[in-house]
Design a protein around this ligand. Structure first.
Ligand SMILES: C[S@@+](CC[C@H](N)C(=O)[O-])C[C@H]1O[C@@H](n2cnc3c(N)ncnc32)[C@H](O)[C@@H]1O
Length: 321
């Protein structure tokens, strides 16, 4: 008989980058929850058989989830609760809007008692403190301990996990087993030059106009005088990309392709949506719903699947041991 894969709930699932990594490591996402309709559509397109709930997680009850997935427990809960200027001040107060989403994540953990949980967040999460000066991570650890979990933090950079991008992320892995270390193994390096499409295949709309280039050059000159950053960054083909953010759709100035040093129209361009997806390590058959801007946003918001896969594999090894 075929063995059932360990099942996962993905909270704040977005486009499903985190789930994709777990899927590639042999887990199965059975539910994605997000408030953004098109991100959820992307999740559904790529995670066949998974249920979805569109809505604010704080309004979604245990019963609603249990009914959707037809179970009361799961193996794993994963997700990246957005942190709005993060503070867990007043952590005992579930109505405090600042700590609401992490609290909600931990509420669902309490309700579905997974063997493990994974909270993904920005690297700054590591040093965030509440109003009283207490580290947020310590507060999460205490709250998780009350539900029987021990929590280990891991600060990772996606470039170490076959992602052609530098992106630092914090992973908190909660486990019912005490004193487990998760051995998140590094994988081979990938660079931008391996992933870009040839210049002649790129549509004109991705190239900067002369007007835009001249505007950036003026700004660069001004900023140099003021000893500020230049305002645009060019990719190095033999290195990883700068972090692709959810704002990339605007002018893409955080990571541009420059073909020569002439600064003429036709020599500088943004990355296409598919190139951004590749730089985030999404497979080429990953589909995105919602049009150009939403696609860039979903990609910029995502956890690179290859980084998620390395985390997932470390959990799988413990699960199987
Ligand atoms: C950083 S993105 C998640 C990326 C995702 N883990 C991935 O790998 O593709 C955060 C997501 O949280 C969702 N979100 C924000 N507040 C929410 C809430 N109150 N309830 C449900 N989803 C929410 C956003 O719509 C967004 O898609």
């Amino acid at each position: 008989m075929k063995k059932e894969l360990p099942v996962v709930i993905d909270l704040f699932c977005g486009a499903g980058g985190l789930s994709e990594g777990f899927k590639q490591a042999g887990f199965k996402s059975i539910l994605g929850i997000d408030v953004d309709k098109s991100a959820l559509e992307t999740f559904a397109l790529n995670h066949a058989g998974a249920e979805t709930i569109c809505g604010d997680i704080s309004q979604i009850t245990r019963e609603q989830i249990a009914k959707k997935i037809n179970r009361d427990t799961v193996d794993l809960i994963i997700g990246g609760p957005p942190c709005q200027g993060f503070s867990l001040a007043g952590r005992r107060n579930p109505n405090d809007p600042r700590n609401k989403l992490v609290q909600e994540f931990l509420r669902i953990v309490r309700e579905f008692k997974p063997k493990f949980f994974v909270i993904e967040n920005v690297q700054g999460f590591k040093s965030m403190r509440d109003k009283s000066g207490k580290l947020v991570i310590e507060i999460v650890k205490e709250l998780a301990k009350e539900s029987g979990y021990s929590v280990k933090p891991y600060l990772l950079n996606s470039k170490d996990y076959s992602v052609a991008q530098k992106r630092r992320r914090m992973f908190l892995i909660g486990s019912k087993k005490k004193n487990v270390e998760f051995d998140i193994k590094k994988t081979k390096e990938v660079v931008v030059g391996d992933l870009l499409f040839p210049q002649e295949t790129i549509a004109e709309k991705y190239f900067y106009s002369q007007r835009l280039i001249d505007g950036f050059l003026r700004r660069a000159k001004r900023n140099k005088k003021l000893k500020r950053g230049f305002g645009w960054q060019f990719l190095k083909m033999n290195d990883q990309s700068y972090t692709i953010s959810a704002r990339y759709y605007k002018d893409g100035c955080e990571a541009l392709v420059k073909y020569d040093d002439e600064f003429k129209a036709g020599s500088i361009r943004k990355l296409t949506e598919r190139e951004c997806a590749r730089i985030q390590s999404f497979p080429d058959n990953y589909k995105f719903a919602g049009g150009k801007i939403k696609t860039y946003k979903q990609i910029g918001n995502a956890v690179p699947p290859n980084m998620a896969k390395a985390v997932a594999k470390s959990i799988k090894r413990i699960l199987n041991s």
